[in-house]
Design a protein around this ligand. Structure first.
Ligand SMILES: Nc1ncnc2c1ncn2[C@@H]1O[C@H](COP(=O)(O)OP(=O)(O)O)[C@@H](O)[C@H]1O
Ligand SMILES: [Mg+2]
Length: 268
């Protein structure tokens, strides 16, 4: 069965001023996949996500959304189909949680249109799903990093887009909130949304991804079903880490066990 894709990048050169991050990079996000992007620091994961979300114009090549070159589409049009949770965002001064999440509804609001029931419902559902409802009246600036991360995620969810790009959505979160966020992503994926997330934890990536994209130095070096592509050779090549791969006892997916530096003995 051929993969269909609403979101693709072809022959991309991605750069900031003098710094070229990627050349001739092509990527296909399979529709209704939960695509996870992994790769070492500074390999271009965030840059690729920005290009896919129309936040960075490729120097050459093009990103297509539903067959149109994304930079030719009006930004509000793009924002109704695709949401991006950036790796870091600046919180507007003095804004409350409820007001920040409500900003996710902007692409759905028509000129001169009042706040609608649908807007209200989307905001409260997003706040419920991310467990921030009780923070509604708090000032975002005064929250912990983990709480703030969930508020940004709520804002992206409130946008109610069929495609959602999340850049390190689990950063700053404690382990149970990490799993909560990933389970929520999996649930959204099961409901038919296309999810794309950059993750650092390889084991979580292997568990949740239906399609894994492995990057290094601005290139995709492997992609596919994690169970088929993740090997200790690949992890060594990409992360320069010696490891053993065993089966995750819960999910059956690859579990990366880094080689110990020295033997730990019971008596020491
Ligand atoms: N705004 C920017 N201006 C200049 N260089 C940047 C900018 N953002 C990222 N870079 C550089 O681009 C490269 C890729 O960065 P990034 O895509 O953020 O990597 P990753 O998300 O994989 O850690 C890095 O060398 C980084 O320093
Ligand atoms: Mg990044």
């Amino acid at each position: 069965m051929a993969t269909t894709s609403r979101l693709t990048g072809t022959g991309l050169t991605l750069a900031y001023d003098q710094r070229v991050v990627a050349t001739d990079l092509s990527v296909t996000i399979p529709d209704e996949s939960f695509t996870v992007i992994i790769g070492p620091n500074a390999c271009g994961k965030s840059t690729l996500l920005r290009a896919l979300a129309r936040m960075l114009k490729p120097r050459t090549g093009a990103v297509h959304l539903d067959g149109s070159v994304i930079t030719s589409l009006p930004s509000k049009e793009v924002a109704r189909r695709l949401g991006l949770l950036p790796q870091s965002s600046i919180v507007p001064d003095g804004i409350t949680v409820a007001d920040l999440v409500a900003r996710g509804r902007y692409p759905h609001q028509k000129l001169m249109r009042q706040w609608s029931k649908a807007d209200e419902a989307a905001v409260s559902e997003a706040m419920r799903a991310t467990d921030v409802a009780e923070l509604a009246d708090r000032i975002v600036d005064e929250l912990s990093g983990g709480q703030r991360q969930r508020v940004w995620l709520a804002m992206a969810l409130a946008q109610e887009t069929p495609i959602l790009l999340l850049d390190e959505p689990t950063t700053f979160l404690d382990i149970s909130h990490q799993i909560e966020v990933l389970d929520l992503c999996a649930e959204l994926h099961e409901q038919g949304r296309t999810m794309v997330a950059v993750l650092h934890d390889l084991n979580q990536a292997c568990r949740y991804a239906t399609h894994l994209i492995v990057m290094r130095g601005g290139q995709i070096v492997a992609e596919g079903d994690p169970t088929e592509i993740v090997t200790s050779e690949l992890v060594h090549e990409v992360f320069d880490l010696r490891c053993e791969i065993i089966q995750d006892p819960q999910s059956g997916t690859p579990l990366i066990v880094p080689e110990a530096r020295r033997r730990v003995t019971a008596s020491s």
